[in-house]
Design a protein. Structure first.
Lengths: 115, 111
C-alpha cells in the first residue's frame, strides 16, 4: 500500500499565478478530503468527496479555490489567482467508506509558498 | 468556531516520564474521537481512537481517556520516548464524514 500520494511536495509561486495541487488516494478508499494547515487555525477542512462527488465545499475560502475529482484515483486542488495568504501546507487524505469511524489516511502534504 | 480545542500549543517532558496531552470539545454530538501524530514534513498518522461508549482505550504506551460530562479527552504516553516528539492532533468526526481537528500540541521528549 503506497499510501496517499501528493505532488508536488513543495511549490513556490508568485502572487497571481495559478497553482495546482495533486492527490492520489489509497486504492479502494471512496472518500477524499483536502485540508489546509496553518499555525493559527490548525487543520481546516476545505472540501471532501464521496465516490468522486463533492459533498461539502463550505470550507473553501474563496472562489479562487476549486477542486475536482475526475475519477477514483485522482484529485486536484487549484488556486487561481494565488495570493500570499494562501501560503500553507495542503494535505490530502482518504478514507474507506461505510463507517464514519474509519480513520483518515493523510498524504505528506504540499507546502505552498506564494510570494 | 473551534469545535475541538487544544489549549496547550507545546509540552516538554523528560524521557521515561508521562506525557499528558489534553483536548476539549464543544459539540455534544461527537461520539468518536481520534488522536493523530505528525512528524515534520509528513502527514498526520492515526494513533489511537475512542468511542463515546467507553471512557478509556489503551494501546501499548498510549492511553486515551474520555470524560463526556466535561467534554474533555486526554492522551497519556507512558513512558515517553524521544521518538514520541511530534505534534499531536485530536479530532472528532461528525455526520457526513467531516472531521474537526484541534490546532495541535507539539510534544518534545527530552533525552
Amino acid at each position: 500500500d503506497a499510501g496517499v500520494i501528493q505532488s508536488p511536495r513543495h511549490e513556490v509561486t508568485e502572487m497571481g499565478q495559478e497553482v495546482t495541487l495533486r492527490c492520489k488516494p489509497i486504492s479502494g478508499h471512496n472518500s477524499l478530503f483536502w485540508y489546509r494547515q496553518t499555525m493559527m487555525r490548525g487543520l481546516e477542512l476545505l472540501i471532501y468527496f464521496n465516490n468522486n462527488v463533492p459533498i461539502d465545499d463550505s470550507g473553501m475560502p474563496e472562489d479562487r479555490f476549486s477542486a475536482k475529482m475526475p475519477n477514483a484515483s485522482f484529485s486536484t486542488l487549484k488556486i487561481q489567482p494565488s495570493e500570499p495568504r494562501d501560503s500553507a501546507v495542503y494535505f490530502c487524505a482518504s478514507m474507506e467508506g461505510g463507517s464514519q469511524n474509519s480513520p483518515l489516511h493523510f498524504g505528506n502534504g504540499t507546502r505552498l509558498t506564494v510570494t | 468556531d473551534q469545535q475541538v480545542k487544544q489549549n496547550s500549543p507545546s509540552l516538554s517532558v523528560q524521557e521515561g516520564r508521562i506525557s499528558i496531552l489534553n483536548c476539549d470539545y464543544t459539540n455534544s454530538m461527537f461520539d468518536y474521537f481520534l488522536w493523530y501524530k505528525k512528524y515534520p514534513a509528513e502527514g498526520p498518522t492515526f494513533l489511537i481512537s475512542i468511542s463515546s461508549i467507553k471512557d478509556k482505550n489503551e494501546d501499548g504506551r498510549f492511553t486515551v481517556f474520555l470524560n463526556k460530562s466535561a467534554k474533555h479527552l486526554s492522551l497519556h504516553i507512558v513512558p515517553s520516548q524521544p521518538g514520541d516528539s511530534a505534534v499531536y492532533f485530536c479530532a472528532a468526526p461528525i455526520t457526513g464524514n467531516q472531521f474537526y481537528f484541534g490546532t495541535g500540541t507539539s510534544l518534545t521528549v527530552i533525552p
